[in-house]
Structure formats: structure tokens, C-alpha cells
Design a protein around this ligand. Sequence first.
Ligand code: MF3
Ligand code: CO
Length: 258
Amino acid sequence: MISIKSEREISLMREAGKRLKETFAEIEKHLKVGITTKEIDEIAHDYIIQNDCIPSCLGYEGYPATICISINDEVVHGIPRNYKIKNGDIVSCDIVLSYKGYHADATRTYIIGTVSKEIIDLVENTKKAFYAGVSKVREGVRVKEISKAIEDYAHLHNLSVVEELVGHGIGTEMHEEPDIPNFDTNNNTRLKAGMVICIEPMLNLGSKEVYLCEDEWTVKTCDGKYSSHYENTVLVTKDGYEILTEENINGEKKKCSK
Ligand code: MF3
Ligand code: CO
């Protein structure tokens, strides 16, 4: 069963999204060479709590931190630790919080200092792959149309798509139905206005193969090449979508591109 949110629930999810955007703005002030990923995690933790929110990942299936910070060849679920961020790193921060029982989930990958053109393109094209997917969203769209748009965009730019992890519905639970894969599937599920989903492409410079590290959380690329991740929480509307965790350009809600 995919939940349809009421107007009241949508207002609370908008509020959760707003507070998540503010959390990113806060950590961005501190994301510099020399800071440890553990320090970033502590800043996010304190900010979320002060903002009347709860860090959703902390304690989720035993996860030991507030945010997931994944560097370079780490794809997702990196555990904040005593690692000092270096010039040339790409740092993905995946943050989930809840406000009055409603979750918002987003990921940004930040470039620290100087990196090659290839890596700049990886990070930008992962964001654009998210937009290729979200631009399909409206009432009645099938999940697989979103998935295919993301995959096609990635392949057009010579990037591979991680298949072990997928986007998801969100609401009173961090992970709800339906799954939103970033690759072509047979998922004929149709979206309805009032559903809220997370679209989150994870794209690799090299092969799509990934493995789970010994810490049982961190997922890395098998070939050691860099990976990027971009995610937003998105409300489905009658004729398009509203991104709850990012500034909508001109403050407008978007109509989908057919
Ligand atoms: N945004 C991540 C996801 O959708 C959140 C993982 S939380 C963790 O899978 F607790 F599993 F780390
Ligand atoms: Co997510």
C-alpha cells in the first residue's frame, strides 16, 4: 500500500523539508579541508535537535551516527569517523530527519578544492540525472518511466548506475513503498497526487559493481573509482511535482515534461 498524504501531512513534510535544507546550509559552512567527518556529523546532530527535529538514521537498524558521509569511492552509508577531509575529495552527505513524525531525506555530493574535469562532470551529471528522473513525475506516471529517464541520462554520459540501492517512498516511515530504482525495470506502478517519494541516483565513473565493507554499512565501488549521489524528497502533484528538500526555482512548482 502506497500512502497518500493529506494536506495536513503535506504541510508537515514541507516543514521537515525546510528544516533539512537549513541543516545542509549549516554543514556547508563547515565543510572545509581539515574537518573530520565525525565533526560534521556532530554539527548536523546538534543543529537537527535544536531545530525540534529528530535525526532519523541514528539508531536505525543500529546505524551509529546522524548522517551518512561517503567519500570518493564510497557510494553510500559511510560512517562519520576521524577522517580529515582533503583537497580533491568528493564528499556525499545523506541526511534524514523527522519533524512531528514526518521524515525528509536528501543527499548532496560536495567537491572539496580541485578535482579533475571528469569528477566535476560525475558530480554534475548525477544531479542532472536526478532532474531527468524528477521531470517525469506527475499523477499517473509509471515508476519505470522515472527509472528509465535516470538510467538513460547516466548512460548517455558514460556513467554506470548502482543497482543494489534504490529510491523509496517516505512519510511516517523513512522507507515506504514504492521502490524507485535508478535503472530500467518492469515496475508498472503508477504514482498518484499526494504520494511522496525519494529519487536518489547513485552513479559511478567506472563499473556499476559495489561491495559492502567490513563495518557492515559502507558501500564502495569494486574498482575503486569515484561515485556520486544526489537525492531529494518529492511530492507528486496532479500535473507535476514539488521538491520538498530543495529551493524550487522562482519558488514555483514544476509541471512535468511529457
Ligand atoms: N538516505 C538513506 C537511505 O535512503 C538513509 C540511510 S539511513 C541509515 O537509505 F541509517 F541506514 F544509514
Ligand atoms: Co533515501
